[in-house]
Design a protein around this ligand. Structure first.
Ligand code: DX5
Ligand code: ZN
Length: 239
């Protein structure tokens, strides 16, 4: 996925990114294929370092190992304190987009975003629920992706923060670029019951973990989330 797709990426419907955090990590290749077969549009990779968040998951070695399993785009979500230090490794592991948190030490942010874009990948910043969107202001021109957290980062299966979604999603859409060449993504508690609120905000990509990997029928769940969110989004965009 290269940036020249970005301009033409305003998809008709909302895209679904499967977060593998809730997958059976002991059988990860099959779990990634299962998401692809179920109709997911992306694979969302939650990298945690036990410092930025109170959990440790996996890194670029594991990402590289499963890169050959699918041609679906890999969206890396780095919940680590030093994304600037490890940018090359995540680029080399085959991530199509790399999003890290605006709450990390500031001096590393701009160089890391520039390096990700220079490598022809999509660069993103994520904001925790308590962080105002204004924190992104200094980096707008470097952003292909804004990832709005609707749970405190660190774990899957948490409850969706509807107030955060209401306060930030439509605002992020308006702020980033109304034309839609860049993406607004939502992460945390994405499922059929929250899809309307997410779609109403004009969101482009919904990350879903437990809703997909704990579903009896993953394909039906992907379609349910997508159709509910896409209808709400279409209504919003129609104004
Ligand atoms: C949480 C992660 C999310 C999480 C989503 O810190 O960034 O991507 O895996 O899982 P659900 O959809 O279960 O909230
Ligand atoms: Zn995530």
């Amino acid at each position: 996925m290269s940036r020249d797709l970005a301009g033409s990426r305003r998809p008709e419907g909302v895209l679904i990114a499967a977060s593998i955090l809730d997958a059976d990590l002991g059988d990860l290749s099959d779990e990634i294929r299962r998401a692809e077969d179920a109709g997911a549009d992306r694979i969302h990779l939650d990298v945690m370092d036990g410092h930025f968040v109170p959990n440790i998951t996996f890194g670029w070695t594991m990402i590289h190992a499963v890169r050959r399993v699918t041609s679906l785009p890999f969206d890396a979500h780095l919940m680590i304190s030093e994304p600037g230090r490890w940018t090359e490794q995540f680029l080399d592991s085959g991530c199509d987009s790399i999003t890290f948190h605006v709450e990390v030490d500031a001096p590393q942010i701009r160089p890391a975003l520039e390096r990700i874009r220079e490598a022809g990948r999509l660069a993103g910043l994520s904001v925790k629920p308590g962080t105002p969107l204004e924190a992104l202001d200094p980096y707008r021109e470097l952003l292909d992706i804004v990832l709005v957290m609707t749970v405190e980062p660190g774990f899957g299966g948490q409850s969706f923060m509807a107030d955060v979604a209401d306060a930030k999603l439509a605002a992020a859409r308006r702020w980033l670029d109304p034309a839609g060449a860049s993406e607004v993504q939502v992460d945390g508690g994405g499922k059929a019951e929250t899809a309307e609120a997410i779609g109403r905000g004009g969101t482009d990509v919904i990350v879903a973990g437990s809703a997909l990997y704990r579903a009896d029928d993953m394909a039906a769940e992907v379609e349910r989330i997508r159709s509910i969110a896409s209808a709400a989004r279409a209504a919003t965009l129609a104004g």
